[in-house]
Design a binder for this molecule. Structure first.
Ligand code: FAD
Length: 445
């Protein structure tokens, strides 16, 4: 009997439930599905968690988003074609939205088919094993509110949608243990106001390093030194931000860089990325990967080929340019396979397909290349699954990337045109760097 265990009700998991609920509404017979979600709400990272460290149940905090976060993607890059922003809000809103507005939009789509009915909130998956004799999986979960382990359950399929931006990667720098100020990872960064008037060291050159540095300047940080192993980000920064090569050592409040220069700082923010972590999975089921556009051992970036039965799947495990639309087509593809509407090819064909993508990935050396690569991946899934819409928005991504390069300070003031409605977003009433009220009302109304 087909029975699906879905782990995680973030945007990826909810896309899967959306498609199943929609198929059910269309009169299809769908299998039993249980979605376990450890937080008290659906939406994954888009829920704001004021806590850091552990949650109210003593489990590691999932959330990595901060109070004044605006999307770093224009909403036209992740708009879902069958549920557009115009449709949800009934009018045009700015291209760059906030965390709360994004969650409101996503929830609106789930509500259209009551997709949340499959979710068991506050329930964390603790362990999964594969039973070769029965060719199924046993899952152990815990009800965190009742504070009790639930009886184990059997499933034919496991879909892991637990995200991969929650467990910090924290490299060691000599002397960091003696630094007298605050040392934190971007996962624990909650409110830029904490750093008003402060001198900061930001380590890293990722999207987090870029966005958190700008946030801190916006909310009054005195100065920021960004240090990176992989070379400068190269933007025309506001005068408060300077770039340095990699941090070499720390002595007291002084931080020394590879080029021999040094400076004093009050706090250190690690923007050094995240680790793919699945503490509930044994080694034989566990994806081990760095943050890449094509993780290993996943056919079509989804099916775990190492158990041999192809009934363990992962959604949303790639590094991301495309987000909501990629999760959506991955989920649709996975649903069709689980429902038996799509047959997987023989193992050697799957392996050849994966090798082809991994070879292609070797030629990706820049952000524009990465956007092209992921567009091709998303379009491959659209074609292979019979997804009804063309999700190619690479022109919007490339245009956005150019605008970021032109001006990191003003790129969030730009407006983009929706591929699906043709609407050009309205302009926000003030530039991003001078908007301090990012409540739902301020953005939408
Ligand atoms: P998540 O959102 O991480 O959801 C995973 C879910 O799994 C969570 O609800 C979690 O509680 C649950 N879970 C985990 N472990 C268990 C367990 N053992 N048992 C039960 N449940 C479990 N994307 C954009 O499109 N635009 C942006 O502007 C943008 N900005 C970002 C900014 C930051 C700081 C970060 C960190 C990410 C950003 N992203 C952005 C990317 C983000 O990854 C995706 O938008 C999206 O949240 C990924 O969805 P997901 O469902 O795969 O994972």
């Amino acid at each position: 009997m087909t029975r699906i265990c879905l782990i995680g009700a973030g945007p990826s998991g909810m896309s899967m439930l959306y498609h199943l609920a929609k198929m059910e509404e269309q009169g299809k017979c769908i299998p039993d599905v249980v979605c376990y979600e450890k937080q008290s709400n659906c939406g994954g990272l888009w829920n704001f968690d004021w806590r850091t460290g552990v949650d109210e149940h003593g489990e590691p905090i999932h959330g990595s988003m901060y109070r004044h976060l605006w999307t770093n993607l224009a909403k036209e890059c992740f708009e879902l074609p069958d549920y557009t922003f115009d449709h949800h809000f009934g009018k045009s809103i700015p291209s760059f939205t906030t965390r709360e507005v994004t969650l409101d939009y996503l929830s609106g789509r789930w509500k259209t088919v009551n997709a949340t009915k499959f979710v068991r909130l506050n329930t964390i998956v603790k362990n999964v094993v594969y039973n070769p004799d029965e060719d199924n999986f046993t899952v152990w979960a815990r009800d965190q509110v009742e504070d009790k382990d639930l009886p184990s359950e059997q499933f034919s399929h496991i879909v892991v949608a637990t995200g991969h931006f929650s467990v910090p990667n924290m490299p060691y720098f000599k002397g960091v243990e003696t630094f007298p100020g605050r040392v934190l990872h971007s996962h624990d960064f909650r409110d830029a106001r904490e750093f008003k008037g402060k001198e900061l060291l930001v380590i890293g050159s990722s999207f987090s390093a870029e966005d958190i540095s700008l946030q801190c300047v916006k909310f009054g940080a005195k100065s920021i030194v960004c240090s990176s192993r992989s070379g400068p980000m190269g933007f025309k920064w506001p005068e408060e931000i300077k770039e340095k090569p990699l941090l070499e050592r720390i002595e007291g409040q002084t931080v020394f860089f590879k080029d021999g220069t040094f400076t004093e700082v009050d706090a250190i923010i690690y923007c050094t990325g995240y680790k793919h972590t699945f503490s509930f999975l044994p080694d034989n089921l566990r994806l081990q990967t760095e943050n890449t556009l094509y993780p290993p051992n996943l056919y079509k970036g989804i099916v775990w080929i190492k158990t041999g039965n192809n009934k363990l799947m992962y959604i949303g495990m790639q590094n991301q340019y495309y987000t909501m639309t990629m999760f959506d087509v991955q989920s649709f593809w996975a649903c069709r396979v689980i429902l038996g509407e799509k047959t997987l090819p023989e193992r050697d064909i799957m392996e050849t397909d994966m090798s082809r993508w991994i070879q292609k990935l070797e030629r990706v050396t820049s952000i524009p290349d990465g956007i092209d690569f992921q567009t091709e991946y998303v379009m491959d899934l659209c074609g292979d699954s019979g997804y009804q819409h063309n999700l190619d928005v690479k022109d919007i991504f490339q245009d956005l990337n150019r605008k970021r390069k032109e001006s990191i300070i003003t790129y969030k003031d730009n407006v983009f045109k929706s591929k699906f409605t043709g609407t050009v977003s309205c302009k926000h009433h003030k530039p991003f760097m001078s908007v301090f009220d990012d409540s739902y009302d301020a953005i939408v109304n």
